[in-house]
Design a protein around this ligand. Structure first.
Ligand SMILES: *Cc1c(COP(=O)(O)O)cnc(C)c1O
Length: 421
């Protein structure tokens, strides 16, 4: 399998696409085709078996099946359960990794994979984060030989606990609090990565959801959960997905195109509604992001939209099985209370956007849960009047010392950090 740019470059191997991050023409790497799998072979497999079969066609030119299996086992070492909460609703819990957000799943896989293919002893991973990516990447690369991670996060755009997760790591992780928004962080990272002279001078690679190595592993949980759903109900699965930069959602669209039993895909956004607007009007117009309770989804210019449009250029076709709706902060608050009252489940503000949409839809749905509510106890606990138990892996992180530098949203400040340490 080769990978091409959404803007039409030459084909690249999987490893090249992962190492480059962004295609040389500024587009995003996508698989040349989406393979059709023989589902009968894996319908009764466990998560690892399904993941290996899902990833193999994309990776088999660069890795042996044994290597793919080993990376998969090492990366997906924590549970990814599909929990039924009533006869029509299940929750796909993606938050049992080391930093308690779904980004751990792909970050762990990327860590295993880059360790395997990297021959550069000074590789630098440059990452912009709206809250959770940076922590997940830091956890995946903390102390990994040959790697340095430089994280840019919006200084006033992350929760106290997210900030702790971005800044509590060892010497190979450098955190920069940017006096600006996530869009500023993402713009600087994209711009720096698109200069080939910086790439080679600072041995750069990216780990944002623009990296194909982040996106592909996420297809695994849609593959596996849709097969579980099928095995139990003899019915295709439909998902509501909390959506920001659209990495999570695009993985679902890819899994569907690969033939996994997936019917509908609904994207839930917060007040940043560029994607719902596209579904309504057919026009995509990037905007400045606005701050919301679901801060990891505060994205005004979702990068992976380009991948969705590449996969489904016809909006009418897209509308036939998918949609996107925006959820306000008030609805998020209401839904957090309602999910607790009605289902006895505590949800984070991101997951609440998906729950809010689910509540408006008839039929059977899988709600994708993207973060553990304990990460957002400041906003959630007052709503449900209950203490949220903190998982042990998080508790341990909270007690570490925190360190970071503050910078202005100027590219030259990032360059100086890249060159300086
Ligand atoms: C990143 C994130 C999202 C948004 O995912 P995208 O892939 O950027 O659409 C949603 N919820 C949480 C908790 C996140 O960390």
């Amino acid at each position: 399998m080769k990978f091409v740019s959404t803007r039409g470059s030459e084909p690249y191997s999987f490893c090249d696409a992962v190492t480059r991050g962004l295609a040389p023409d500024g587009g995003l790497f996508v698989p040349e085709t989406l393979p059709q799998l023989d589902l009968k072979k894996i319908v009764n497999g466990d998560f690892i078996a399904v993941a290996v079969e899902t990833l193999r066609p994309f990776m088999e030119e660069d890795f042996t099946e044994k290597e793919i299996r080993l990376m998969t086992e090492k990366a997906f070492y924590f549970p990814i359960p599909l929990r039924k909460i009533d006869s029509q609703t299940s929750v796909l819990e993606l938050f049992h990794g080391p930093t308690a957000a779904f980004k751990d799943i792909a970050a762990q896989f990327l860590g295993e994979m880059l360790s395997k293919i990297n021959t550069d002893p000074d590789k630098t991973i440059l990452v912009a984060t709206s809250g959770d990516t940076g922590g997940a990447i830091a956890a995946a690369f903390d102390g990994r030989p040959g790697f340095r991670v430089v994280i840019l996060f919006p200084k006033n755009g992350v929760s106290q606990l997210q900030k702790q997760q971005l800044t509590c790591w060892g010497h190979n992780i450098k955190s920069l609090a940017v006096e600006g928004s996530f869009d500023d962080c993402q713009r600087m990272v994209k711009s720096i990565l698109s200069h080939s002279e910086y790439q080679s001078e600072f041995h750069l690679t990216s780990a944002n959801s623009i990296n194909i190595g982040r996106l592909l592993p996420q297809t695994c949980y849609y593959a596996a959960s849709s097969l579980w759903w099928w095995a139990e109900r003899k019915q295709k699965a439909s998902y509501v997905i909390p959506t920001g930069n659209m990495g999570n959602a695009v993985a679902a669209f890819w899994a569907r195109k690969m033939g996994f039993p997936i019917e509908n895909i609904m994207m839930a956004t917060n007040a940043n509604k560029v994607i719902p607007e596209y579904f309504q009007s057919g026009h995509f117009e990037a905007r400045a992001s606005v701050a919301t309770l679901a801060n990891a989804m505060d994205v005004g210019n979702p990068s992976n939209f380009e991948r969705l449009r590449y996969l489904h250029p016809e909006r009418a076709e897209l509308l036939s099985f998918s949609g996107a709706e925006s959820v306000s902060d008030d609805e998020i608050r209401w839904t957090v209370r309602e999910a607790h009252r009605k289902y006895g489940t505590i949800v984070c503000p991101h997951t609440a956007t998906a729950f809010a949409i689910r509540e408006k839809l008839p039929g059977n749905w899988i709600v994708v849960a993207t973060a553990h509510p304990a990460k957002f106890s400041e906003s959630i606990e007052p709503l449900i009047a209950e203490k949220i138990p903190v998982p042990p892996s998080l508790q341990e992180l909270y007690h570490r010392p925190s360190k970071y530098d503050i910078i202005l949203p100027e590219e030259k400040q990032v360059i100086s950090v890249l060159g300086g340490s």
